[in-house]
Design a protein around this ligand. Structure first.
Ligand code: ADP
Ligand code: MG
Length: 257
């Protein structure tokens, strides 16, 4: 099954336990938003799923297609059909956005079939145009050097274009650490909305309660102190917009103290 099932996930940074038994299931076609106050471990979740070496998984599992992705190399996770944002945040002068995307597609195809000869240039051009149109992007963007002098919003666009061309089954996008404003969330949300369909699931991690202005998640989760403490529908994000996080802290203070 192409669903991501995270069970009892415990993750530490330098001997500090940050995630304390997190549970989450994402099925294909579902859009999940994870929200929570700063410092609750939202980015830790994204980094652990991506395989960042500083984040030590001490317990639990993240099963996808019958395998625990936490035991895989970051590349392998991506070849399985999971897209994790910020996999390639570096500027690569001399490599265009188009070249980079073609290399990424070919790496994934080769992982699926070692005999694969790679996507043909006409086929790639068609795919790239189609995806750029879907995201309402100017075609000239593809000819620019990846992340070289990109503004925050352009980096975000490059990332979303990467997601759209790789067509992952599940995408995990962490917005809080991006140091970007609400514009970044808008770009990401439009990308997620454009890709929305039965074969695409996403987890959008965000601090912004206003997410509902941009995206209609099927599920909203509130994270506090390393766990998901509340799950519901979009009404949960509305509640946060009206009341903030204080009621969540009060409700769970006995648990977290
Ligand atoms: P969020 O994304 O929800 O704001 P993070 O996952 O970034 O939260 O951080 C969770 C906790 O981990 C915070 O208390 C933070 O101080 C701590 N933390 C984050 N990075 C490090 C690090 N490199 N070393 C030690 N503690 C860290
Ligand atoms: Mg964060």
């Amino acid at each position: 099954m192409s669903e991501l099932v995270i069970k009892n996930l415990h993750v530490g940074i330098e001997d500090n336990e940050i995630l304390k038994g997190l549970e989450l299931t994402v099925r294909p076609g579902e859009i999940h938003a994870i929200m929570g106050p700063n410092g609750t471990g939202k980015s830790t979740l994204a980094y652990a799923l991506m395989g960042h070496p500083n984040y030590e998984v001490t317990d639990g599992e993240a099963m996808f297609k019958g395998e625990n992705i936490l035991e895989m190399d970051p590349d392998e996770r991506s070849h399985q059909g999971i897209f994790l944002a910020f996999q390639y945040p570096v500027a690569i002068p001399g490599v265009t956005v188009a070249n980079f995307l073609r290399t990424a597609i070919n790496a994934r195809r080769k992982a699926e079939d070692p005999e694969d000869k790679g996507i043909s240039i006409p086929e790639f051009r068609t795919l790239l145009k189609e995806r750029m149109d879907l995201l309402k992007m100017d075609h000239s963007f593809a000819a620019r050097y990846l992340n070289d002098g990109f503004s925050g919003g352009e980096k975000k666009r490059a990332e979303i274009l990467q997601m759209a061309t790789l067509k992952p089954e599940i995408a995990i996008l962490d917005e809080t650490d991006s140091g970007l404003d609400i514009d970044a969330l808008r770009i990401v949300s439009e990308g997620v909305n454009a890709l929305r369909g039965p074969d695409f699931g996403a987890v959008v991690i965000t601090h912004y309660q206003r997410i509902l202005n941009y995206i209609q998640p099927d599920f909203v989760h509130i994270m506090l102190d390393g766990r998901i403490v509340e799950s519901g529908g979009p009404e949960l994000a509305l509640l946060l917009e009206e009341q903030g996080y204080d009621w969540v802290r009060e409700k769970y203070s006995a648990v977290t103290a």
